[in-house]
Design a protein around this ligand. Structure first.
Ligand code: AMP
Length: 287
């Protein structure tokens, strides 16, 4: 049995659960407030704070876990990073008050007080930049600290930048780009039996992620336009051409197409005189 540490609440929790469910691992809770759930026959989930996932994974309480790359870096724990899950995209950035006159990192004076809930990353970052800082540790809402006069600038997570703007702050430098990751304990990764199960888990999640940006497209195409079809429907290894029973001058073409090319592809198919065009989602895609 492999134990998976998942975020119990917050920004990553719903998306992590939804991803596991799409991969066929639906969390079955035994009671309403359960902190443990079965994830199919081979895995079980434990639900903990996203910030605690690296610790639970590195000390072996869980074999694998899902959390933000930012939280993995801040924990300083040694874990295997198995897969970038793509969601939870944000960046950790240095932001200063609009009235500070600071536009670049080089203009940040030594001795500045930096409010952050990422003290380890912030300290390392300013050390590397050769700027000495005084850390003001907060556990959230760092953007308030300059207003309160307890900090000169902040290192905080940004996704759109609107929170910074509302608080009269602007970014001067990105410290780290983050997305949610599937991480594994080093010990579990060294164990061949557990490693196999974790590789299977990573492959299943990856197949779901890969399928998300693809669509399966089918169309009836005039037989005499098959050669031109290759320009319109590239597919993974070219389109599949299938005979239609009593299709006469028609064949059916099937292909996997990038979601953002669907519009152009349909227009191209219509120009070839295609009919009965059908586009569906794909649940999983394994190369
Ligand atoms: P939580 O504190 O449990 O809501 O989880 C926060 C984690 O979600 C962060 O550490 C990031 O990995 C991720 N995240 C994604 N976008 C944002 C954002 N705009 N603000 C804060 N955290 C974000």
């Amino acid at each position: 049995m492999i134990t998976v540490a998942l975020p119990n609440k917050g920004r990553l929790s719903d998306k992590a659960l939804a991803l596991f469910e799409r991969a066929g691992l639906r969390a079955e809770f035994t009671s309403e407030r359960a902190l443990v759930a079965a994830l199919g026959p081979d895995f079980r989930a434990i639900f903990v704070r996203a910030a605690d996932v690296p610790e639970f994974v590195s000390d072996g309480a869980a074999d694998v876990g899902v959390t933000g790359a930012d939280l993995v870096a801040e924990s300083g724990r040694e874990v295997e990073s198995l897969l970038d899950l793509g969601f939870g995209r944000c960046r950790l950035a240095v932001a200063v008050p609009d009235g500070s006159g600071i536009q670049t990192l080089a203009q940040v004076p030594s001795g500045s007080r930096v409010a952050t809930s990422f003290p380890r990353i912030a300290k390392e970052f300013f050390d590397r930049a050769g700027i000495t800082i005084e850390l003001v540790r907060v556990s959230g809402a760092a953007e308030i600290a300059p207003h309160l006069g307890v900090a000169d600038l902040i290192v905080d997570l940004v996704s759109t930048g609107s929170t910074l703007q509302v608080n009269g702050l602007h970014e001067v430098e990105t410290v780290l780009e983050s997305t949610a990751r599937l991480i594994a304990s080093r010990t579990a990764w060294e164990d061949p039996v557990r490693r196999l199960a974790m590789e299977e888990l990573a492959a299943a999640l990856e197949s779901v992620l890969r399928a998300e940006s693809k669509r399966y497209l089918m169309a009836n195409v005039p037989r005499d336009r098959i050669e031109e079809l290759k320009q319109v429907l590239p597919g993974i290894s070219g389109p599949t051409i299938v005979e239609v029973l009593q299709g006469g001058s028609w064949v059916a073409a099937h292909a996997v197409v990038d979601e953002d090319r669907i519009f152009r592809t349909i227009a191209g198919l219509k120009r070839l005189g295609a009919e009965g065009i059908l586009v569906t989602r794909i649940e999983r895609l394994m190369p």
